[in-house]
Each structure stands twice: as C-alpha cells, then as structure tokens.
Design a protein around this ligand. Structure first.
Ligand SMILES: [Zn+2]
Length: 211
C-alpha cells in the first residue's frame, strides 16, 4: 500500500538536506522520496539533469532524526561531493567488461585461434573485479566523508554512521558478508565498520575534525 509521508517528516528531511548540501559545497541537489527504496537511499546522476539526485526510501522517514536516515543521506551526499558519479573510469571499465564478455563468448563459436576466447573472458573478469574494487573504495570514502560532513554541522558523525552500518549488519545476508569483499560493489557492513573504526580523523575542506 502506498504510504504518504507526513509533512513534518518531509520538513525534517529538507532541513537536514539543506544543511548537508551547504556543508558539502554542492551548488544544487534534488532529493526525492520513493516507497520502493524501502529503508535504503541512493545517489544518482542523470545525463540530461543538471543537479545531483539523492533518493530516500519512505521507510527511513519514520523518524527524521534517526541515525539510519541522517547517516544514509549524509553518505549519499558524500558520494556527490567526492565526484563518484561523475568520473569516467568506472563507466569505461563497465563498457570494457560488457563488450569483452560478448566478444569472448562469440569468438568461441568463430574460426579464430583458440586462445582468443579465454583471453577476452579473462580481460572481462579483470575489468569486473576492478569495477567492484573501485566501487567498494568509493563506499569507504563516502562513509568517511559523511562523518566529516556531519561533524562539520556539530553532529556526532562517527556515531551516526556507525549506527547506520550496525543496522545494515543486522539485515545483511551471511553469504554476502563472506564473499562481498571480493565480488560485491558494496563492501560488507562489517568491513565498513572496521574501516570506520580504524580511521583516526577525517578532513573536510582542509579542516581536521574528529568525532
Ligand atoms: Zn554508497
């Protein structure tokens, strides 16, 4: 059943987004609430749109001060602030992965030397692993930057992002916790928690902050 978020929840979200957008020095930001996102959030960049996009799951709005909402929104805005959605390397490697996969499979049925198909499929696998590694590195960086953004607003950034990740830890499938570090585009929650705990301090716009 479709859920309409009460105005007070949306107003609380708007205040949070404006504060984080200013802290991230982003010129503009569009935020939408979507029921299908559940209790997740997402950062998007659309080719024809000018402003960065952040999608927020309607279930996160149950409490506009919860660590899950605040941490998730800060994390997605951090992706935009760090330019993770505007780089060329990940799309180029994605393109390489798809086309070397197609070429590797097709060459197995064509009259070409036998080493070509395994070589192309090996290249596809290497491209895929590189993309996954780059995306996992971006997640670690977004967690750290989210802490710095929240700290700059006088909020306990490390505690908020840690609480968000502990929520993820509780719902993460066991198989992903075991193999997500190699093949997944998101690091397992326990790995993100460990990285966050190991990081002594964060820097935002040249200002050293701790929480
Ligand atoms: Zn992320």
């Amino acid at each position: 059943m479709k859920r309409i978020a009460p105005a007070v929840e949306v107003a609380g979200l708007a205040d949070l987004v404006v504060a984080l957008r200013d802290a991230a020095h982003l010129p503009g930001l569009l935020v939408y609430v979507a029921g299908e996102l559940g209790d997740n959030a997402t950062a998007e960049a659309r080719p024809c749109g000018s402003a960065p996009l952040v999608g927020v799951g309607a279930d996160l709005l149950d409490d506009h001060r919860s660590p899950e909402l605040v941490g998730s929104v800060a994390h997605e805005i951090a992706h935009h602030a760090l330019g993770h959605l505007s780089g060329w390397l990940v799309p180029a490697l994605d393109w390489l992965y798809i086309w070397t996969c197609v070429a590797g499979i097709m060459s197995a049925f064509l009259p070409v030397p036998g080493w070509i198909s395994p070589a192309l499929l090996s290249l596809a696998l290497a491209a895929r692993l590189c993309v996954s590694w780059l995306r996992r590195a971006a997640e670690f960086a977004a967690d750290r930057h989210a802490v710095a953004l929240l700290d700059s607003l006088g909020m306990p950034g490390r505690q908020i992002v840690t609480a968000m990740l502990i929520r993820d830890l509780a719902v993460e499938p066991i198989w992903y916790a075991m193999v997500g570090w190699l093949a997944g585009t998101h690091p397992p929650a326990h790995a993100r928690l460990r990285r966050l705990a190991d990081a002594p301090s964060f820097t935002l716009h040249g200002l050293e902050v701790t929480s």
